[in-house]
Design a binder for this molecule. Structure first.
Ligand SMILES: [Fe+2]
Ligand SMILES: [Fe+2]
Length: 194
């Protein structure tokens, strides 16, 4: 398997979650109540899976390795756009969280913000994924030897393995901060091990 194999499999799962978000947007548009727990679930999916795990492997492995190659100008341009789009997706997600928090604090007008940010994410992901799947991933594999591709695939496996531990380390640390405990000493060995 090429290193873009897992990335394309991950795209299919992101698309499925975006389809769920489309249905939730339609429910809100037809007057349904805001489901804050659902929003939290979608935000966790986007932040942990689509961003840290998936965009993480793109940026920290594939794009990092491409930086070391002399890319054709159009590939270089597309890679810069993709990195910028990841930044924009993080901003959209943060804005959805802000709108949801404002709504929960009693600002009814934040409903419009929730709808707009959901719509922005629903528009963003399919276009971003199409750009990678159809115009970037396959052509850029030509810059790599089979050995380099195998090394990236293996690094991706390690990256994924660490993710579950980092996720729950982060949740534990947030819990510790909540109860007034300093998590920094306990975490240092962990980070080294991971
Ligand atoms: Fe991406
Ligand atoms: Fe992607």
């Amino acid at each position: 398997m090429q290193p873009i194999g897992p990335l394309m499999i991950e795209h299919r799962l992101i698309e499925r979650m975006i389809d769920v978000l489309v249905k939730e947007s339609e429910r809100l548009d037809s007057g349904g109540d805001v489901d804050a727990v659902f929003i939290d679930t979608v935000v966790d999916f986007i932040r942990t899976y689509a961003d840290k795990t998936h965009h993480g492997k793109e940026e920290d492995i594939l794009f990092r390795e491409l930086e070391g190659k002399s890319l054709k100008p159009d590939h270089e341009k597309t890679m810069k756009e993709l990195v910028q789009e990841h930044v924009e997706a993080r901003e959209m997600t943060a804005a959805l969280v802000r709108a949801k928090d404002a709504f929960l604090e009693g600002d009814r007008s934040a409903l419009q913000g929730i709808k707009e940010k959901m719509a922005a994410l629903v528009q963003f992901y399919p276009a971003h994924i199409e750009k990678e799947d159809k115009h970037f991933f396959k052509p850029v594999m030509k810059y790599f030897t089979k050995k380099e591709q195998d090394a990236m695939l293996e690094e991706g496996r390690t990256f994924d393995r660490r993710m579950i531990h980092r996720k729950y380390l982060s949740i534990t640390e947030q819990g510790e901060i909540r109860v007034g405990k300093d998590p920094s000493r306990e975490s240092s060995d962990w980070i080294e091990y991971m």
